[in-house]
Ligand binder design. Structure first.
Ligand code: SF4
Length: 346
């Protein structure tokens, strides 16, 4: 493991200053992904700036109904927060579907947002990888791609964002707040994450040296009727093969409003806007749910190893919306694959 400096920041501005002073510096919070990547030689910072003592650990219910989540709130604490459990259960369930109990007790909100892909080539420094070393190629496209993306891919990279929390935050249209040497700023989560394009080395549009301070979720009353479902190879401590976060507002037999996001499907948590558009104002039926999923998945470009993700996502969409609306889903949501809503994880 390469040697590095360790510095503990005293406040957000101090952290920003320390990060700006060393171009390869990285902020360190829970370290549940960054330290692993440093051991593998994938991340090689010359300086770690410890941001775990900045006091960003509050979850605040704002008067306008929005929720402000401090960047340092632990995943376990966020999942258990009463406001999250009752008003945004999709977020609680996504968090509980992620990692293990030990990791959730250590990992933070900001760290979860910034975790990096688990593509096997990215994590193996003996292999080429455009994301780790731009211009070296993408062996996954013709190689091991079972876990990788089916939407928004490029000729440079087909990696996925590996997390669960950000999928729920995408359905909830959250905003990420951060501070740079220029001062405070923010990005809506749909603009925070990016597709690989010709620059797969960039996971997000977060400026270099920025310190994430908070995430806000706007008021969304029907999010009280929301859930997250994750299909994976085992019931806990495994990354998603595909996942769906959804909230739905029904008026009689008609869909008044809906939010859907896919996980493990793309380089970014994938807001399923085409599916949402197809559902709004339409009937609350299984065939309408399936048609909406098909509308979204028409753009999929899977490899021969991950083509199964397309019908799997379709079944997850139908299953989740059936669960939320009470419409009978006799076929089952995942065709027998391991799937859960997070409560039994770890
Ligand atoms: Fe690297 Fe992306 Fe290709 Fe994986 S999919 S090998 S992360 S460039």
């Amino acid at each position: 493991m390469k040697t590095f400096e360790y510095e503990r920041a005293t406040d957000v501005d101090d952290a920003v200053r320390r990060l700006a002073a060393e171009p390869t510096a990285k902020p360190l919070a829970g370290g549940t992904n960054l330290v692993d990547l440093m051991k593998l030689g994938v991340e090689r910072p010359d300086r770690l700036v410890d941001v775990s003592h900045l006091g960003l650990t509050d979850v605040v219910e704002e008067p306008d109904g929005s929720l402000t989540i401090g960047a340092g709130v632990l995943n376990a604490d966020l999942a258990a927060h009463p406001a999250v459990r009752t008003r945004f259960p999709v977020l609680s369930r996504a968090l509980l579907a992620g990692a293990s109990g030990q990791l959730r007790n250590r990992a933070t909100t900001a760290g979860n947002l910034l975790q990096r892909t688990r593509c096997v080539y990215f994590n193996d420094v003996s292999k080429p990888c455009n994301k780790r070393e731009p211009g070296t190629g993408c062996p996954a496209i013709e190689g091991l791609s079972r876990e990788l993306a089916v939407l928004g891919t490029s000729h440079s990279c087909i990696a996925t964002h590996p997390g669960d929390m950000a999928v729920a935050l995408t359905a909830l249209d959250a905003t990420v707040h951060f501070t740079t040497t220029e001062g405070p700023s923010s990005l809506r989560i749909g603009d925070f994450y990016r597709l690989p394009g010709d620059e797969p080395e960039r996971d997000t549009n977060l400026p270099v040296g920025a310190v994430i301070t908070a995430v806000t979720i706007p008021a969304l009353p029907f999010a009280a009727h929301s859930t997250y479902r994750k299909a994976r190879d085992r019931r806990s401590y495994a990354f998603a093969l595909a996942s769906v976060a959804a909230a739905i507002d029904v008026d009689g037999d008609v869909v008044r409003d809906v939010r859907i996001a896919f996980g493990a499907a793309s380089h970014k948590p994938w807001r399923a806007s085409a599916a949402e558009d197809a559902l709004r104002g339409g009937p609350v039926t299984l065939s309408a749910f399936a048609a909406a999923a098909d509308a979204e998945l028409a753009a999929a470009t899977p490899t021969n190893q991950n083509a199964f993700k397309v019908p799997l996502l379709r079944r997850l969409v139908v299953g989740v919306l059936a669960e939320l609306t009470g419409v009978d889903d006799a076929a089952g949501p995942t065709n027998g694959r391991a799937a859960d809503t997070g409560e039994a994880a770890a």
